[in-house]
Design a protein around this ligand. Structure first.
Ligand SMILES: NC(=O)c1ccc[n+]([C@@H]2O[C@H](COP(=O)([O-])OP(=O)(O)OC[C@H]3O[C@@H](n4cnc5c(N)ncnc54)[C@H](OP(=O)(O)O)[C@@H]3O)[C@@H](O)[C@H]2O)c1
Length: 247
C-alpha cells in the first residue's frame, strides 16, 4: 500500500503527552520522521526508545521566541517539513472577570500556535499541510472555561484567514477541534477531585457511548487532514466529539 508519510518530516508541538503524543506516535508508525517539541520529555521517552532513528525531541516552550527559533534551526538540519501540528495547549479555570486568564492562555494556545507556524514557515515544503488544534467548545459555553474557549475560538477564526493568505504558497492550513479527550489536561484544570468527577459524569452523559475520546481517535483525524486525502480541504475546523455538540 502506498504510504505517503514514509520518510516525510513532521513537526509536532506539545508532543510529550495526550493528543500531541498520539499524533507523534501515529506519524512514526506510518514511517514519518518526527521533530517533537515540549518543555518536558514525558511520554516521548518511551517513543524515543522505540523509534531512535525517526524521532527527534527538541526541548522548548512555544511562548519563547528563542525556543521557536531553535526548533526551526533543528528542522532545517533535518530537512524540509511536510507536516506541522502546532498542538501545545493549556486550559485553566478562571472566572469570567479574569481577563488576564485570556492573555495567559492565548500566549500558548493562540500566539504560541501561530508563532510556531511562522517560525517554521521557511522550512515548510511545498506542498505542506498544517493542522492547528482548537476545541469542541468553541461555539458553546462552559462555566469557568470562557477564557480558554475564547483563545481557541480566536485561533479558529484566525486560521481561516491564514488558510486563504497562504494557499497560493502550497500550504494547506486546517484545524481539528477535539471533543472531551482522556488526557492529563483535565487534571490540570485546577478542580478538586470530586468536582472533576462530577464534571466528567456530566460530559460523559452527552457522548454517544458515554466515554471520553481516546487521543488516538483524535490523532487519526489529524493525520487524515495532514494527508493528501484531504487535499481539497482548506481553512476548515473539524469537530471530533462523539456527538457532544449535537445535543
Ligand atoms: N483533552 C481534551 O479534552 C481537549 C479538547 C479540546 C482541545 N484540546 C486541545 O488539544 C491540545 C492537546 O491537549 P491535550 O489534551 O493532549 O493535553 P495535555 O496532555 O496536557 O498535553 C498538552 C501538551 O502541551 C505541552 N505544552 C503546554 N504548554 C507548553 C508550552 N508553553 N510550550 C510547549 N509545549 C507546551 C505539554 O508538554 P510540556 O508540559 O512537557 O511542555 C503537553 O505535551 C491542546 O491544544 C488542547 O487545548 C484538548
Amino acid at each position: 500500500m502506498n504510504n505517503e508519510f514514509e520518510q516525510r518530516m513532521a513537526v509536532v508541538t506539545g508532543a510529550s503527552s495526550g493528543i500531541g503524543l498520539a499524533v507523534s506516535e501515529l506519524l512514526l508508525q506510518r514511517g514519518a520522521r518526527v521533530l517533537a517539541m515540549s518543555r518536558s520529555l514525558g511520554g516521548l521517552g518511551a517513543l524515543l526508545e522505540r523509534y531512535p532513528e525517526q524521532l527527534f525531541w527538541y526541548e522548548g516552550d512555544v511562548t519563547r521566541e528563542a525556543s521557536l527559533q531553535g526548533l526551526a534551526e533543528r528542522a532545517a538540519e533535518l530537512g524540509e517539513v511536510h507536516y506541522l501540528v502546532p498542538n501545545a495547549g493549556i486550559a485553566k479555570l478562571a472566572p469570567g472577570s479574569d481577563l488576564q486568564a485570556f492573555d495567559e492562555q492565548w500566549r500558548i494556545n493562540g500566539a504560541g500556535a501561530v508563532n510556531t507556524f511562522y517560525a517554521l514557515k521557511a522550512q515548510l515544503a511545498q506542498p505542506a499541510s498544517v493542522v492547528f488544534i482548537s476545541t469542541f467548545l468553541r461555539h458553546l459555553g462552559f462555566v469557568g472555561l470562557g477564557a480558554y474557549i475564547a483563545t481557541k475560538a480566536a485561533l479558529s477564526s484566525l486560521v481561516r484567514s491564514l488558510a486563504l493568505e497562504h494557499a497560493n504558497e502550497g500550504l494547506r492550513l486546517n484545524l481539528v477541534s477535539p471533543g472531551p479527550t482522556a488526557t492529563p489536561i483535565w487534571n490540570s484544570l485546577g478542580l478538586p477531585d470530586d468536582a472533576l468527577a462530577s464534571v466528567a459524569g456530566e460530559v460523559n452523559a452527552r457522548l454517544v457511548d458515554n466515554e471520553f475520546l481516546s487521543s488516538e481517535a483524535v490523532a487519526e483525524v489529524v493525520l487524515f487532514q495532514l494527508s493528501q486525502g484531504a487535499r481539497g480541504v482548506y481553512g476548515q475546523d473539524w469537530v471530533v466529539d462523539k456527538g457532544y455538540t449535537l445535543r
